[in-house]
Design a protein around this ligand. Structure first.
Ligand SMILES: NC(=O)c1ccc[n+]([C@@H]2O[C@H](COP(=O)([O-])OP(=O)(O)OC[C@H]3O[C@@H](n4cnc5c(N)ncnc54)[C@H](OP(=O)(O)O)[C@@H]3O)[C@@H](O)[C@H]2O)c1
Length: 212
């Protein structure tokens, strides 16, 4: 049995709990201090995961830029291999991004993305037809990843939290009200342990454990 990575779910939300202005409508929420802390967190994790919704909405680079430190291994959840071959993360300076996909995802897409620099990780489905996150964590453990930072977006955060697969939660709360895309989009009631709050410029950062 591989040892699964320790999972930290981390994101920036508005005061009313939103990640973005709406689906596919990104919003810069973090101030400079909390954005720098997010990059410190990236540098202290072995892997950095986002869903394909975030790739399509934000075209993120998934690198460490605001502080000095190593880049984590980028991991994308993309069951149908919708990632555009021109995506910024495929020009990653230090790692070949790992794209987790259904084993039956179109083979021609796999070839195109592999040629563009990705490594495709075929995964089984869960009972809802989504990529199985426990299988993903086992695979990342087999590949030697000791820690994983899950940055978003809403569906991915919701999936990790509702399935009880996160060990730590770090949330930046920005002083804005946006009435947009909720960070957690399904019923869940998680107890937080060792809760710490601190200011970071105009924002507040909460850090907590999700296991006693
Ligand atoms: N404020 C922040 O900190 C922050 C951070 C990141 C993103 N965002 C925002 O979040 C928004 C994107 O969020 P989103 O919810 O649309 O997309 P997302 O969570 O990034 O990606 C969701 C997609 O991932 C794929 N997926 C595969 N397996 C999954 C699984 N087991 N569980 C969940 N998803 C799985 C699915 O697509 P397939 O079925 O095609 O595989 C699903 O539609 C953007 O607007 C972005 O700006 C904000």
């Amino acid at each position: 049995m591989p040892v699964r990575p320790v999972v930290t779910v981390t994101y920036a939300q508005s005061l009313d709990g939103c990640l973005a202005a709406g689906p596919g409508r990104p919003l810069a929420l973090s101030g400079p201090e909390s954005a720098r802390y997010t990059h410190q967190l990236r540098a202290s994790h072995a892997g950095l995961l986002v869903g394909i919704g975030t790739v399509l909405a934000d075209n993120p680079q998934l690198t460490v830029r605001h502080v000095a430190g190593p880049n984590p291994q980028p991991v994308i959840l993309d069951s149908q291999l919708r990632c555009p071959p021109a995506a910024a993360l495929l020009r990653h300076p230090t790692h070949r991004p790992w794209i987790a996909a259904h084993a039956e995802a179109p083979g021609d897409r796999a070839q195109v993305l592999a040629a563009a620099g990705a490594v495709i990780l075929p995964l089984p489905s869960d009972e809802h037809g989504r990529l199985s996150l426990p299988a993903l964590l086992d695979e990342l453990g087999r590949r030697g990843l000791a820690s994983l930072m899950v940055e978003g977006g809403a569906q991915v955060i919701t999936a990790f939290l509702t399935q009880g697969l996160a060990d730590r939660l770090i949330v930046t709360v920005a002083p804005r009200v946006v009435g947009g895309l909720p960070a957690v989009a399904a019923p869940v009631d998680l107890a937080l342990f060792n809760v710490r709050w601190r200011p970071a410029g105009p924002d507040m950062i909460l850090e907590a454990d999700l296991r006693p």
